[in-house]
Design a protein around this ligand. Structure first.
Ligand code: SF4
Length: 287
């Protein structure tokens, strides 16, 4: 049995940068806190904890230590709250997320209503939402466009996406918006806020899914981009498992497989990917 890794997988620029910034700050200050999990990956959180980065869930848990903002970013209200509490801020917001936040603000400043295509519960989307200052709605699926737009939605509409969405899903969303709501729209501005790291990982996963007879996608269960990779893989018609760690791999999955593909989300460290590859080979049925 052969195990093939996707051409693009694992830590992206934004996550690598955030982890290095947090480790650097913790080394310098002794210990820092992180407002929420640094990335949606339990192994990375454990590694950072050992370096002096403690995750706190809410602003109420802030103490005298510096507070890191994670790669997902936050809304302006959270920044104001941190400043009013006198907290030293280590801002590791990914530059690609910052760009989406700036577009949300610019569009509302210019009188556009904003539609964000993404998961309203996701931390990145909640942050972008905050920058859009009120005239904004979030939609997780294109099917939600079949309902009327809110009365307050201006006829000038701006659309942007959660950075980790797929190109195909975002394109379909925009098409449906035009098809269903052309009567409402006098001007439409579509901002491509998708992340290249994510789209190239998705393309590499799609390509690999056609070459193998089983795919294992590695990454945190809460990681949106890892879940999207698993979706992309399944959409190619190949049997796909999403695992957080090597221990979840079941030997029965490998029966009769000649080629197994491995993809991994942008928050998955190399060590976890290596463990998965090693376990796949260890569990491979002998011929
Ligand atoms: S996936 Fe893209 S947007 Fe998200 S942290 Fe990585 S580089 Fe930034």
């Amino acid at each position: 049995m052969q195990v093939i890794k996707a051409k693009e997988l694992g830590f992206c620029m934004g996550v690598r940068r955030a982890v290095e910034m947090m480790e650097g700050a913790a080394d310098k200050m002794g210990s820092i806190t992180s407002l929420g999990s640094t990335v949606h990956n339990p192994q990375v959180v454990d590694q950072l904890r050992s370096r002096g980065v403690e995750v706190i869930a809410t602003l109420e848990a802030i103490d005298t230590r510096p507070v890191a903002i994670t790669a997902h970013g936050v809304g302006p209200q959270v920044l104001r709250e941190l400043e009013s509490r006198g907290a030293a801020i280590v801002d590791t917001t990914c530059p690609i997320v910052t760009r989406a936040q700036q577009w949300a603000k610019k569009l509302t400043d210019e009188g556009f209503g904003v539609i964000i295509f993404g998961d309203p519960e996701h931390k990145e989307v909640r942050g972008i939402l905050g920058w859009a200052q009120g005239k904004v709605i979030t939609m997780k699926t294109a099917a939600e466009l079949d309902a009327p737009l809110p009365d307050w939605m201006p006829s000038r509409v701006g659309v942007l996406s959660q950075t980790t969405e797929t190109e195909g899903h975002f394109a379909l969303f925009v098409q449906r918006l035009l098809t269903v709501h052309m009567d409402h729209i006098s001007e439409l501005r579509v901002i491509n806020t998708l992340c290249n790291a994510t789209t190239s990982q998705q393309a590499a996963t799609e390509e690999l899914a056609h070459e193998v007879d089983l795919m294992v996608v590695v990454g945190g269960r809460e990681s949106a981009n890892t879940r999207h990779l698993a979706d992309v893989s399944r959409e190619q018609g190949v049997e796909t498992y999403h695992v957080e760690s090597a221990t979840e791999i079941d030997a029965s999955w490998l029966t009769g497989r000649a080629k197994v593909g491995v993809a991994a989300g942008a928050s998955t460290p190399d060590t976890v990917i290596d463990d998965v590859v090693a376990r796949l080979y260890a569990l491979a049925p002998s011929t």
